[in-house]
Design a protein around this ligand. Structure first.
Ligand code: DGL
Length: 280
């Protein structure tokens, strides 16, 4: 175990490649306001969605290690791409070496657990980054729980750049929202439930709703991840005791602080103080 890892109780770490994880963080804080949190965005290297397995794994492991060094006993990968491409390897290969008593959790499992009760047609769609779709993580996880459900995936490579560049409400976004929605529904017209499998996509929700036919349920992850975390902490009192409860949240980014502050306020609708750090 590295000497540098502190063993006193600490905040819950929330990691994303950029700003998208803020949609998860705000729901977690709404549901579990008493805990302390550290948010880390690897904004200098976002997006992860187009990167290879090796690179997403390497970057995510750096982030997790940094959050451990900052005192987090528990880290949530609030990024589908990192959850799809790095979570399993980190849990299996790196945690035992870094500190077997800490935990890293992802966002895919809590999302797919609700699907069974939502779909009537048993045909669902997943909208996500190219990396998440290519990893097949959603169909594989859904297959384990509900093998009768047919899953169609649609990569939406333009959506993260639209959100990251503050264009989620612009007229330009309409074109790409309609395009990917049409492509998904063209693959399987019986879809009655659509998972937003990327933490950035809730920012496009008004436009996504506009191009979704009546009767289709859209599933955003924030509430699901927050519920699942609450449940996890209840089932693991030994971890709960290690998470400090001061109600604070600190923000860290690998990019320029000014840039993060400006964009984070559109995600959180409040001013944040942020510090730039290096995680390499
Ligand atoms: N937020 C990431 C996710 O949920 C996508 C952003 C990226 O491509 O880095 O998949």
């Amino acid at each position: 175990m590295p000497h540098s890892l502190p063993h006193t109780p600490g905040p819950i770490g929330v990691f994303d490649s950029g700003y998208g994880g803020l949609t998860i963080l705000s729901k977690i804080r709404e549901h579990l306001p008493r805990y302390d949190y550290i948010y880390l965005g690897d904004n200098a290297r976002t997006p992860y969605g187009t990167r290879s397995f090796e690179v997403v794994y390497e970057f995510t492991l750096q982030a997790v290690t940094k959050l451990f060094e900052m005192g987090c006993p528990l880290v949530i990968l609030a990024c589908n791409t990192a959850s799809a491409k790095a979570l399993r390897s980190i849990q299996m290969n790196d945690l035992p070496r870094l500190d077997a008593s800490r935990r890293v959790l992802g966002v895919i499992r809590p999302t797919v657990e609700c699907i069974d009760s939502l779909t009537r047609s048993r045909h669902i769609g997943v909208l996500a980054t190219a990396g998440t779709i290519r990893s097949e993580s959603y169909p594989l996880e859904i297959q384990k729980l509900t093998p009768d459900i047919r899953v169609s995936g649609q990569a939406c490579p333009m959506w993260v750049p639209l959100v990251e560049n503050g264009e989620a409400q612009s007229a330009g976004a309409d074109y790409f929202v309609q395009k990917y929605m049409d492509e998904l529904l063209g693959k399987d017209p019986a879809i009655d439930t659509i998972i937003l499998g990327c933490t950035h996509y809730p920012l496009l929700l008004p436009k996504i709703r506009q191009y979704t036919p009546e009767g289709i349920t859209i599933v955003a992850q924030g509430e699901l991840v927050a519920d699942s975390l609450r449940d996890y902490l209840q089932r693991h009192p030994e971890m709960d005791r290690r998470c400090t409860q001061g109600g604070t949240c600190r923000y860290f980014t690998t990019e320029a602080e000014e840039k993060f502050k400006e964009s984070a306020s559109t995600f959180l609708r409040e001013e944040v103080t942020v510090k730039r750090i290096s995680i390499e």
